[in-house]
Ligand binder design. Structure first.
Ligand SMILES: NC(=O)c1ccc[n+]([C@@H]2O[C@H](COP(=O)([O-])OP(=O)(O)OC[C@H]3O[C@@H](n4cnc5c(N)ncnc54)[C@H](OP(=O)(O)O)[C@@H]3O)[C@@H](O)[C@H]2O)c1
Length: 335
């Protein structure tokens, strides 16, 4: 069996988690990683992620082009950044080396929404190089889009899809708590959100467009927004002390309308002390309610989706694709 050769672009929290799990997959050969962090560059990947040496190194982004052309990976796992304009140079280097790309970049989950010109460029580039490029993860990629769309496969009629993702922000790692604005005043929250210094969740509209494309629904407009949840009593996480009146989480939403009617409604409720759960309610025939009482984890679920999408992308149509275009992914013990 020829192993699938993989390079990880961006060995941060998610890239490192993916690396740890890829190292144990017998159908994968992890041939290298690319980062800019001087604490990682030059080291063995296994040393960086704590598994012990594996004989594959982390190289600097400045050398990525030559490295990728030499190593010729089948797939680049890209875990660097949320926004496609920032990701573009990394994706370009990967695609032109002949590698397929599975990326966690949220805006790549449905890139025609926020970056239509870059999406066209990427699609052309991917087709010219005979590769596929996919954005996925837990959200976008699963909870707000692929999962509800898949649940409608047992419906003959769908009137509305409503998804609620409820998260205890206190259980998430520091970068999550920071980007959701914990302990800021409401004014600071709004200012930092407006300047892009914090983002909370990115991808409501991408998930809505993904569902609509899967269901063949034409939406008339999309609304998305996020507002702070304010603490009424003192609260504490591992990283932040929150006073009454300060931000302890967010309420975010995305709504896709057909005419004036809400057809897709996505709600993200992430605050300190909230119950973790995910819920999908489908109004239609038959009506459905699906609920994960545990809440679907952020990091490990993202790592798993990326890993399980690797064999799928090799048999996917060429070009810039979405979760609509791959066959249903699942855990993969062997290929
Ligand atoms: N779709 C989903 O469900 C989902 C889920 C989780 C995460 N994400 C997204 O996935 C991305 C990665 O998440 P993360 O938590 O792992 O972020 P992270 O910890 O910041 O990791 C990013 C890594 O990439 C490195 N990097 C920065 N610029 C680079 C470049 N030009 N070339 C190579 N490496 C570079 C960073 O180095 P420095 O630290 O030195 O900058 C860091 O090591 C984020 O955009 C996140 O929002 C999506």
């Amino acid at each position: 069996m020829r192993k699938i050769r993989v390079v990880i672009y961006g060995l941060g929290a998610i890239g490192a988690l993916i690396a740890k799990h890829l190292i144990n997959r017998e159908w994968i050969e992890l041939v290298g990683a690319i980062d800019i962090d001087p604490n990682k560059v030059g080291k063995d990947i296994g040393e960086v992620v704590g598994t012990g040496k594996i004989g594959a190194k982390v190289i600097h982004d400045d050398e990525a082009e030559a490295f990728l052309k030499e190593k010729k990976p089948d797939v680049v796992v890209h875990t660097v950044t949320t926004y496609l304009d920032k990701a573009f140079p990394q994706l370009e280097k990967s695609i032109t080396s002949g590698a397929n790309v599975v990326s966690t970049s949220e805006t790549l989950a449905y890139p025609w929404y926020r970056f239509p010109e870059l999406a066209e460029k990427l699609d052309k580039m991917a087709k010219e190089n005979n590769v596929s490029v996919l954005g996925t993860g837990v959200n976008p990629g699963f909870i707000f889009d692929s999962l509800p769309a898949f649940l409608t496969s047992v419906c003959v009629k769908v009137d509305k899809i409503h998804v609620i993702r409820s998260i205890d922000a206190a259980k998430r790692r520091y970068p999550f708590q920071k980007k959701y604005g914990l302990s800021l005043s409401p004014e600071e929250f709004r200012e930092k959100m407006a300047k892009g210094e914090i983002t909370a969740h990115v991808g409501y509209a991408e998930s809505i467009m993904l569902i609509a494309s899967m269901l063949g629904i034409k939406l008339d407009r999309i609304e998305e927004g996020q507002e702070p949840v304010i603490a009424e009593k003192p609260m504490k996480t591992q990283y932040f002390s929150i006073k009454p009146g300060q931000v302890c989480g967010i309420r975010g939403w995305g709504i896709g309308y057909v005419g004036d009617k809400e057809f897709i409604k996505l709600e993200l409720l992430a605050a300190v002390g909230r119950q973790d759960y995910d819920e999908v309610i489908i109004e239609g025939e038959p009506p459905l309610k699906w609920r994960n009482e545990y809440g679907t984890s952020g990091d490990i679920a993202t790592a798993a989706m990326v890993i399980n999408a690797i064999p799928k992308i090799l048999e996917a149509p060429k070009g810039l694709i979405t979760m609509k275009d791959i066959t249903i992914p699942s855990f993969k013990a062997k290929i």
